[in-house]
Design a protein. Structure first.
Length: 558
């Protein structure tokens, strides 16, 4: 989570049941966040144990894959409803747009109008459903968008269809917009810059497996301004975590009988592991005494974030090898863009609240928006060339992607990172052309003020086929550094008595840890065939569950 945190104290193997607040003590953000994490893990584990890896309620499981008319061959509808993936609730829901009069008319008054309802060159689809359904009533009826106009009159929006829809049998006919593959709530595209290029990969011809990709995204005031409390002057008091679901595809595979299978989507490749420590010159023989040479020398307590920027393998091949970026503030220092995104001259809302969080010339910044975050695109970090504090204008030493940050509705921002070039002989970083540092395995790299990291090489189980680590964009590790101990908080290798083990040089050995996030969960939804004639279902892959209403005496012991 890219938020202004002190540290992340939740560890599932400690099996803590709750956090107990004590009287007269200082309250920290980590305590409340740990309580929320404990409860969330409990609920997620319970749901996964009861439902299984994935499933929806038997009465109406969500995320049904439904073909659309042949004129929209490369798209399909995603059915409304709920579906659980590894215990996480995914909701395909909607906002009613209009209650339609039962009289024959083509003009309708909208109750809700939002930017995503605006007319686009791409085909949009709507559906009429009954807000007060009855068993004998008609099912929801999808209608293709044939809107001739959308006008505002007397502060109310109206839409006009080319022909009046058939509302026979509907008690309270209501209009809602369908969710389709090319128009998902968490796949956004810029309506201003390139309206014809939605982000989901276009469907290719052949048999495809459709699946859900579920993960968490950090949301701050920069992405959702309603988080601010106007009554207090608009401060950003807390961030949020949003569950993101995205429907994706991969080529389908066949079983031994030649039938398309609903197997789990392709597994994530082996991800790199990381060690972290404060630089040590020698090690005290007494494990109860803080090592005087555990040299974190920073003036502030910090939460360092190490995050993979460009995906790939470790190495130093320019433009190809994996790179990483780091921040002493957990990547939380950001500056919302008011205008100028997609160019080298950008106007921001603020230059920071103080010297610690302020933007200065020479800082490295990454231009981001909803499009780049939801697509998990690697950043192209650019130095700040100059700043005009009077006009809040920031000039960058280079131009970002012209699509990136150019649409103010996609919450563009500058995010500050802190890596710099150094002397490799002293553990310094080597920056590539994206201004992120090369991922180099097996060597200690210095961030700053004695904080060091080491990317762990893959364990060579089979010398003939040595494994390799695949570093993925967005993978991150958090390293709390504390001035009181002059050290970082990172688990150490211990012996059977619980004492820290040391290497031949007398240094404590830090444990290598997998990424702290981002964790993705996957669930198959369907197998479809795609051709010039449209999308045809081959088999469904969703699971369903129902509540067991049998008496306890009928439940078998296992």
């Amino acid at each position: 989570m890219k938020a202004d945190l002190t540290r992340d104290t939740f560890h599932p193997l400690k099996h803590y049941a709750r956090v107990l607040t004590q009287q007269g003590r200082v309250q920290l953000d980590a305590d409340m966040n740990e309580q929320a994490a404990i409860l969330l893990r409990y609920l997620q584990t319970l749901a996964a144990d009861l439902i299984g890896p994935a499933g929806g309620p038997a009465s109406n499981p969500g995320f049904e894959i439904i073909p659309l008319p042949a004129s929209n061959a490369l798209d399909f509808q995603i059915g409304f409803g709920n579906y659980y993936v590894n215990g996480l609730l995914c909701q395909a829901d909607f906002v009613p747009m209009a209650i339609l009069p039962t009289t024959t008319t083509a003009v309708f008054q909208l109750m809700n109008w939002r930017s995503e309802f605006e007319l686009q060159p791409n085909p949009y689809f709507y559906e009429i459903f009954d807000a007060t359904p009855s068993p004998s009533g008609p099912p929801p009826a999808p209608v293709p968008v044939v809107i001739a106009s959308a006008t505002k009159a007397q502060d109310q929006y109206q839409i006009t269809f080319q022909s009046a829809p058939d509302l026979t049998g509907f008690s309270t006919p209501t209009l809602r917009r369908l969710i389709t593959y090319l128009h998902q709530p968490d796949f956004v595209f810029s309506t201003k810059s390139n309206p014809n290029s939605p982000l989901p990969l276009p469907l290719q011809s052949g048999n495809l497996q459709i699946y859900l990709d579920v993960w968490e995204r950090a949301i701050t005031y920069a992405e959702d301004d309603s988080i601010r409390e106007v009554a207090l002057g608009g401060p950003d008091t807390a961030a949020r975590s949003k569950l993101v679901w995205q429907v994706k595809w991969q080529p389908a595979t066949s079983g031994a009988d030649g039938q398309m299978t609903c197997g789990t989507p392709a597994p994530v490749p082996s991800r790199g592991w990381l060690q972290a420590m404060a630089k040590q010159a020698s090690q005290s023989t007494n494990p109860c005494i803080i090592n005087p040479n555990a040299a974190y020398t920073g003036p502030e307590n910090q939460l360092y974030r190490v995050e993979i920027n460009r995906a790939g393998l470790a190495g130093t091949v320019a433009g190809t090898s994996a790179t990483f970026k780091w921040s002493r503030e957990n990547g939380s220092v950001l500056y919302p863009i008011s205008s100028g995104g997609g160019t080298a001259v950008i106007v921001v809302e603020s230059l920071g609240r103080d010297d610690r969080f302020g933007l200065v010339e020479g800082d490295l910044v990454e231009v981001q928006d909803d499009r780049s975050v939801l697509s998990n695109l690697p950043g192209n970090l650019l130095p700040v060339q100059s700043i005009d504090s009077t006009t809040m204008t920031v000039t960058l030493s280079g131009t970002p992607d012209t699509l990136l940050g150019s649409d103010e509705t996609l919450h563009p921002l500058l995010r500050r990172w802190d890596q710099t070039n150094g002397d490799p002989a002293e553990g310094g970083l080597t920056l590539d052309n994206d201004n992120a540092a090369f991922v180099q395995e097996g060597v200690w790299l210095t961030l700053e003020d004695g904080v060091q990291i080491r990317f762990q090489p893959a364990d060579p189980v089979d010398p003939k086929n040595p494994p390799v680590n695949q570093y993925l964009t967005g993978d991150y590790w958090l390293i709390p550094a504390r001035t009181a101990t002059g050290d970082v908080e990172w688990p150490k290798v211990t012996d059977a008595q619980g004492n820290p083990e040391t290497d031949p040089q007398g240094n404590i050995i830090p444990v290598a840890l997998p990424p702290h996030g981002i964790t993705h969960y996957y669930a198959p939804l369907a197998i479809i065939g795609v051709s010039a004639d449209g999308v045809s279902p081959i088999r469904g892959c969703r699971n369903s569950f129902s509540l067991n209403t049998a008496p306890l005496s009928a439940i078998k012991k296992r």
